[in-house]
Every structure is written in structure tokens, then in C-alpha cells.
Design a protein around this ligand. Sequence first.
Ligand code: FAD
Length: 487
Amino acid sequence: MSILESPRTTQPIYQRLSDQRKGVLVNELQALLGTTHVLHTPYDVALYEYDASIDHARPDIVVFPADSQDVAKIVKLANRYQVPVVPRGAGTGLSGGAIPLYGGIVIVFARMNRILEIDYENMRAVVQPGLVNLHLSNALSPHGFYYVPDPSSQRACTIGGNVGENAGGPHTLIYGVTTNHVLGLEIVTAEGNLVEIGGQTCDTPGYDLTGLLIGSEGTLCIVTKIIVRIVPVAEAVKTLVAVFDSIEDASNTVSEIIASGIIPAAIEMMDKMILQAVEADTHAGYPMDAAAVLLMETEGLREYVADELEKIVNVCHHNHARIVRIAKDETERQLLWAGRKNAFGAVGRISPEFYVQDGVVPRTQLPHVLRRVSEICEHYGLRVGNVFHAGDGNLHPLLLFDSQIPGEIERVRQAGHEILQVCAEVGGTITGEHGVGLEKQEEMALIFSPIDLHVMQSVRNVFNPQQLFNPGKLFPQPGRCAEVKQL
Ligand SMILES: Cc1cc2nc3c(=O)[nH]c(=O)nc-3n(C[C@H](O)[C@H](O)[C@H](O)COP(=O)(O)OP(=O)(O)OC[C@H]3O[C@@H](n4cnc5c(N)ncnc54)[C@H](O)[C@@H]3O)c2cc1C
């Protein structure tokens, strides 16, 4: 039978734990991990209901394994009790990936947070999944190396979570996202076996399973070890801020820079609302009256950087930049980046809540799509700010709201859906880096045909036949709640 003919699995069997079965399972987990590493009271597990998205669901049990063997044993137990297992890094995900929709066991990797090996000669490191992203670069920097993928959440998010979401970041424009920097994985399969995928070299024979598993959002395997590439810090780096009086001019600058054959290390855009929040928060020296600012960086050999910098400045002036400012030293550079990387947090100053969208559009469509984003938000009576990876055409409209206002969450979700519709219509896609999770299941149908989705589900069924790994994620779910079965 070909993969396309295999039966669809639309009715996975989820087992909600009864109190009695939960008690027995808790005892077994405590015997395995120790009492303090198993949480099970509603009060203790409440924190793990959430990630950084707007959905939530309560786990039955939260566990903190010490090593890969623990994880394998937890999965075997989950199999025996037929309960879902949801891996969780730092819970900074923006699409609900780590939310245990059907309860079950959440595996938190906070104790598996070590760098196991650094091999500078061969430019590799082996890390545990709970390692905080920035901690790797901090450890490498005295030796003149760093780890490239740098999500704005890198002070908190884990490399396991980055693998789960195939995370990007401001500096992945030129160097590529997580999948371009991971060579191999150790994983626990749905049966509870430890398996090594990929390896120390750039290419391994056979299927590219590492590529397949990166971005699988905890639905195909649980990652217990990661072999990453590390790279030397560039000889020179220059950071510049270009200030514009119109979004169109800023967007055209992005298109023109890339069209002229220059790919800077980063091109980030912030609009007026975001600039005002960021400046009040970080005091990085961003203008509060500008319509948009581009934060750009070029790096490499000294002569190359000087040449590229000049070309970028010329393109900015050609597109009516009001000011182009080059950071005079490392302190100013760090401050400008702190402003950008703290932007989501800074928005807390102007709104009690916000919802971040994550669509991708061809760069040339940026002015049109940003206009449509404003129109859609205006239609739903919502304020919106934009801070995003402009070089990648990866939009992040932040829709401000207050869940205390009746109907506001529904309006936010509907506006988010319409924004993604626009992204799909102009030839873009529904997520650049935050994943599908719970949030974008319905939108998968905007870019994939039923047969595309069926092929993907068939892959999931091979790796995760009982759908105990992160059930209810990624795919459109008709009658989601009706599928929960109490045993
Ligand atoms: C302020 C802010 C800024 C952000 N900026 C960016 C950005 O610039 N770029 C970007 O890409 N994202 C960004 N994000 C989103 C988020 O930080 C990333 O998706 C990040 O990769 C999530 O890591 P985490 O450790 O928090 O994972 P979690 O949220 O805990 O989990 C994410 C997914 O990975 C799975 N997972 C976790 N650990 C494992 C494991 N060991 N094995 C298998 N699956 C696993 C989970 O099940 C879930 O599906 C931002 C978020 C915030 C709050």
C-alpha cells in the first residue's frame, strides 16, 4: 500500500487519566525520578498550563528527568498507561506547542541543561535539550565562537524548544535557521527507545531524518541530545539604524538591499507604536516620532564590512531615510539590540495583553501586506504594532487586547486568521518560525491541500502510531474536544 493509500487517522484515542490510575502512575514516576521531580497537584502543575500563546490546558503530571534514560523510561510508562506525553523547554513558544491539550505527562527539560562537549577544532558542540540558547554562546564567546540561531527569546528559550520549532532569529537571515545548524540528534521514539540520528558530519547516508525531526513540534519524537554547529565570531561587525517617515520607504529599502545582491546579517523593522514602547523601556536612542526604523547589521572581514556598509547606507538614502546612524561602539550596538530583543516585553507597557502573529510574505509585498494588516485590525477595533524580521519577509504584527473585554479574544483570533489569509494570498506562508502548534491548525489548509496534509499525517503515524506524543497539534482537528475519551 502506498503512503497516499494508507488509512487516515482522524480519530486518535486519547485517554484522560482517572484519579486512581493517575495516583498509581505518579507513584511509579516518583520511584523513577524521586518525589521532588514529579508534580501532580492542580496547584503545582498550574504553571505548565501555559506557554507564551493565548491558549492553555492543564497537564495531569509534570516530570523533570535527569538524563536520556529517564526520558525513555517515562515514555515507556506513558505507553503502558496510554497517556499523552508533551515535551516542554522554557514554554516561550508562541503557538501553543507545549500546551498539553489532552492532559497527560509534560516532560520539562530544566534539569537536562548541560553542554556535554565542545569541539572547537571541528566546530561542533553536543548539548542537552534544556540548555538555554544564550548560555551556549556565552560559554563559547571567550574562545571566539558562537551558536548562530538567536531567537529574540534567547535569554530564556531552550535549544530543545528551538529544535521543536525550527526557531529563527534576527541573525538567521544570512546563516539560516535551526535546521541549518543541527547535525545530529539523540531521540526517544514513541516506543521508548533511544536512537541516534545524523551525526558529527554535515551529511549522513540515507534519509535526512534530522531535517524531518527538526520543527516537528514534539509530535514525532522527544529530543534528548543535540549536536550543533558552532562558528567563529566575525572579524568585524557594524550595526546601523535607518529612520524613515513612511513604512513604504522602509519596506522598499529592504527589497532594494536584497535585490542588489547584499544579504546583511540582519534586517529588522519596528514601527512607530513599537518604537515608542521600546524607547520608553530600554532607552536605546530610537526616535519615537518615526514611522519605521530598520535595524541592520553587516559582518565579516573588515574590508568586506566597510564596503557593504557603504552600499546599505546608499540604498537607505535612496529610499528617503531621514537619518542613518551607525553604532559607534559595542555598548551602543548592544543597547540597540537589547531594544529590539526586548520589544515584545516592552509592549506590556502599553497593553495588558497582546497576540503575536507570524506570517511570511515575499519582501516585495511588505508595503501591501502591512497596509492590509492595519486595515484588518482597524476593522476589528484593535491596535497593532509591527516588529519583525523584515529581511526574511517574516511579519510579527502584535495585536493588542484586553481579555477582560467581552468578545475581544474572538476578534483578535479572527483578525489573526485574516492576516494569515492575506499572507497566503500573496504567495507567503502561515508561519516563519513560531510553528503551528494549536494556534494555526486551521490555517494549514490555507497553504496545503488535503493530500499534502494526509502525507504529513502519514509520516506522523509512522513515528507516533498511537499519537501519544503531543496529540492535537499541527493538523486541523474537526470536533477536537469530542475526541477526548475518559477511561
Ligand atoms: C519574547 C519572545 C520572543 C521570541 N522571538 C522569537 C524569534 O526571534 N524567533 C523564533 O523562532 N521564535 C521566537 N519566539 C518563540 C519561542 O521562543 C521559540 O519558538 C522557541 O524555540 C521556543 O523554545 P522553548 O524552549 O520555550 O520551547 P517550548 O515553548 O517549551 O516548546 C516549543 C515546542 O518544542 C517542543 N519541544 C520542546 N522541547 C522538546 C524536546 N526536547 N523534544 C522535542 N520537542 C520539544 C514542544 O513540545 C513544543 O511543541 C519568541 C518568543 C517570545 C516569548
